[in-house]
Design a protein around this ligand. Structure first.
Ligand SMILES: NC(=O)c1ccc[n+]([C@@H]2O[C@H](COP(=O)([O-])OP(=O)(O)OC[C@H]3O[C@@H](n4cnc5c(N)ncnc54)[C@H](O)[C@@H]3O)[C@@H](O)[C@H]2O)c1
Length: 260
């Protein structure tokens, strides 16, 4: 199994890397990774964790909002691991302001990271994915299905990502390439840890989730593992929601304690 994972230094990307390495070890197949993030040193822990699980790793780094970074990551896979079976396009970022205050450059930056990078990576990787009849998985968000104020262009960029992956599934299905999203709900990761450590936040949020807890990165990694597995070999073009039933929790907001 030869894979690229972006945003691999932390949170969901790191958990997915570890889980995919464990899956490969169970199947007795070699696991070879290109792990990517903003800087080389950020990848130390993921690199060490993958090696401890018996995987081969190579690093690629840079800002994924830049076209050259996407090309560099895919070129690293071509040179170092000789092909590609799986692209996990996971790196993402919030936007810093609500829409009324958002600058054009910040709007574009968020779309470049959350949406355009997934296309650039997939496009550059297409010849290798076609050769392997491989698989693309992008990390979308519940915010791509429901607007999430006050994060400006974050929800629109994740909604566009979901459609991008659906369109890739249509265009590349005849090549045997499967393309899916995994869609996390509220998840404890490097990015959200500070938020959940605030007094009462985790308890208050968890109470709104039917399954009564915030997801761990490993919960989302299980979804990625399934979509990458042979068990999902006829699944393409979906957005696999992993949210403890949070998305369905809209109508209960209007429930009264007693309806006669
Ligand atoms: N944590 C949540 O609640 C949640 C919910 C829904 C979706 N997501 C999505 O999950 C994905 C992973 O997020 P996470 O929560 O694990 O966050 P995280 O901060 O723990 O990990 C994200 C990684 O992406 C990297 N990254 C960010 N911007 C980058 C850039 N421009 N270039 C290269 N790398 C960059 C970061 O350095 C970081 O290591 C994101 O796409 C995010 O939008 C997270």
């Amino acid at each position: 199994m030869r894979a690229i994972i972006t945003g691999a230094a932390s949170g969901i990307g790191q958990a997915a890397a570890f889980r995919l390495a464990e899956d490969a070890a169970k199947r007795g197949t070699p696991a070879r990774f290109v792990i990517a993030d903003l800087t080389e040193d950020r990848l130390d822990r993921t690199d060490a964790g993958l090696r401890a699980r018996g995987a081969e790793t190579h690093r690629a780094w840079g800002d994924i909002s830049l076209e050259d970074t996407a090309l560099h990551i895919v070129a690293t896979a071509r040179e170092k691991i000789g092909g590609l079976d799986l692209l996990v396009s996971n790196a993402g970022d919030f936007s810093s302001a609500p829409l009324a205050e958002l600058s054009t450059s910040e709007f574009d930056r968020v779309f470049a990271i959350n949406t355009r990078a997934a296309w650039l990576l997939a496009k550059a990787a297409y010849p290798m994915l076609r050769d392997s009849r491989g698989c693309v998985i992008a990390t979308s968000s519940l915010a791509g299905v429901n607007p999430q104020p006050p994060f400006g262009s974050y929800s629109p960029s994740k909604a566009a990502l979901i459609m991008l992956i659906r369109q890739l599934a249509q265009e590349w299905g005849p090549d045997g390439i499967r393309c899916n999203c995994v869609c996390p709900g509220a998840t404890r990761t490097g990015r959200t840890e500070g938020f959940y450590q605030q007094q009462g936040v985790e308890r208050e949020r968890a109470a709104r989730i039917p399954m009564q807890r915030i997801a761990e990165s490993t919960d989302i990694a299980k979804g990625i593992s399934f979509l990458a597995s042979p068990d999902a070999d006829y699944i393409s073009g979906i957005n696999l929601v992993v949210d403890g039933a949070l998305e369905g929790a809209l109508m209960p907001l209007f429930a009264t304690s007693k309806v006669d």
